[in-house]
Design a protein around this ligand. Structure first.
Ligand SMILES: *[C@@H]1O[C@H](CO)[C@@H](O)[C@H](O)[C@H]1NC(C)=O
Ligand SMILES: *[C@@H]1O[C@H](CO)[C@@H](O)[C@H](O)[C@H]1NC(C)=O
Ligand SMILES: *[C@@H]1O[C@H](CO)[C@@H](O)[C@H](O)[C@H]1NC(C)=O
Ligand SMILES: *[C@@H]1O[C@H](CO)[C@@H](O)[C@H](O)[C@H]1NC(C)=O
Ligand SMILES: *[C@@H]1O[C@H](CO)[C@@H](O)[C@H](O)[C@H]1NC(C)=O
Ligand SMILES: *[C@@H]1O[C@H](CO)[C@@H](O)[C@H](O)[C@H]1NC(C)=O
Length: 363
């Protein structure tokens, strides 16, 4: 058994050196991940150690201020992330038959206001994602998400070319945003098995995007129509993700002194939920027959039962396209499945704000 002093020293090294190492590593690539990775590791260490080793503070000059700032971060993270979907929709009328829909974070709820969510404009989004590798994998919903993300980052002219290339059916797409070292990959992945293959691929390549947005389900619902099977494939995805994303887990000491240090996932993970399907508006008989309200509910249950989402201590923050599309309403869709840009724009802004919170940055 390691003595308390040695363990304290070792812990002090971890507290001081791991974040510094990570800082050096990430800062050169990406400002965003520096705070995310380093602080949460520090926080995990601090939370584990401070109750047992009050004397630890003597190893670290400013240990008290260090831990209290971490607590603020944790509080902000815990209280604001769940409020990101508190969005209100407004229809503004301009003259006779013209009306424009707009959205914003709720202004009637004090705790939402306190989080100070902002719609990021081009400059801020470019700054935030500078140096990052963003990967979005999924079906046509994911494609619409990519379109909205690039719409924030790029100018009108560049968007024309993006639209032309992105909407080639069922193909991957890659963009490098000029002026910012940001790489964006869209991976066509209509089934969960495609997502699992992608994880295996990334794992073999030993590469990991900084931001990973995933989501599928509509194709499975239409062509396989078996929510149990969907749930099982999500569980397989969960298993392959865990071994891929969570390799950093140090343990030292033994018995009651065992200290485990677990880091947050290497990537920031978002699950792109399914939209509200409006059965009567779906454009084929087969869709109307298979994609019923009951089937939607069953698929939703499978997702929530899969332990993929934050709500069940999983790695993904849900981008709740169902809620966003439902609140946008019937007039935001023509085929009951693909919604107007504004829905995906809201999802993108939720994502960007979540990244700001996770990296503890302010605009
Ligand atoms: C407004 O819509 C109604 C019915 O949809 C149409 O008859 C009318 O001509 C429209 N008015 C204008 C100014 O576009
Ligand atoms: C992106 O980062 C590079 C190098 O760190 C910097 O020179 C450039 O100005 C940044 N661009 C934006 C848009 O922040
Ligand atoms: C893995 O590496 C291969 C070869 O460099 C490349 O073609 C492939 O796109 C990479 N896969 C991923 C998911 O990055
Ligand atoms: C649904 O999928 C599960 C798991 O793959 C399978 O055991 C079950 O038989 C399927 N149900 C139907 C009706 O095909
Ligand atoms: C399906 O759900 C929608 C919205 O939740 C509702 O308006 C509609 O009446 C439901 N349809 C059936 C057949 O239950
Ligand atoms: C999906 O399931 C979760 C958990 O059971 C529930 O909280 C949520 O309201 C459901 N969403 C829809 C759109 O039914």
């Amino acid at each position: 058994m390691i003595g308390t002093v040695q363990l304290g020293l070792l812990a002090a090294c971890v507290v001081v050196l791991v974040p510094m190492g990570l800082a050096g590593w990430h800062l050169s690539r990406n400002k965003m991940l520096f705070f995310g990775g380093a602080l949460f590791i520090s926080l995990a260490v601090a939370v584990h150690l401070f109750p047992y080793f009050p004397s630890l503070s003597s190893f670290i000059p400013d240990a008290s201020s260090f831990s209290s700032s971490s607590v603020v971060i944790l509080k902000n993270r815990d209280s604001c992330l769940p409020l990101l979907h508190e969005i209100e929709w407004n229809e503004e009328n301009y003259g006779y038959n013209r009306s424009v829909l707009s959205w914003g974070w709720g202004r009637s709820d004090g705790s939402v206001i306190a989080c100070d969510f902002q719609k990021l404009r081009k400059y801020d989004a470019r700054d935030l994602l500078n140096g990052s590798w963003v990967m979005v994998a999924g079906d046509s919903q994911a494609r619409l998400f990519v379109l909205s993300l690039l719409n924030v980052m790029l100018g009108e002219e560049e968007m024309e070319s993006v639209r032309r290339h992105l909407f080639k059916r069922h193909s991957n797409y890659q963009a490098v945003v000029d002026g910012v070292e940001m790489k964006l990959d869209f991976i066509w992945a209509p089934y969960v098995t495609n997502l699992i293959d992608l994880i295996v691929d990334l794992s073999n390549n030993k590469s990991c995007p900084d931001v990973l947005v995933m989501g599928t389900g509509l194709w499975h619902m239409l062509h396989i129509t078996n929510s149990t099977d969907y749930g099982m494939s999500l569980q397989r995805l969960h298993r392959s993700l865990m071994s891929f994303l969570m390799p950093v887990s140090l343990e030292f000491g033994a018995g009651p002194d065992l200290v485990s240090v677990s880091a947050r996932p290497r990537a920031h993970l978002f699950w792109l939920g399914m939209p509200m399907l409006i059965n009567s508006m779906l454009n084929t008989e087969e869709k109307r027959e298979k994609m019923t309200n009951e089937t939607q509910d069953a698929y939703n249950d499978s997702l929530h039962g899969s332990k993929l989402l934050h709500q069940s201590q999983g790695p993904f923050l849900l981008l709740d396209i169902h809620a966003l599309s439902k609140n946008c309403g019937v007039h935001c869709t023509e085929d009951g499945m693909h919604y107007s840009e504004i829905v995906y724009e809201a999802a993108v802004q939720i994502t960007l704000n979540a990244l700001l919170i996770e990296s503890q940055q302010k605009l």
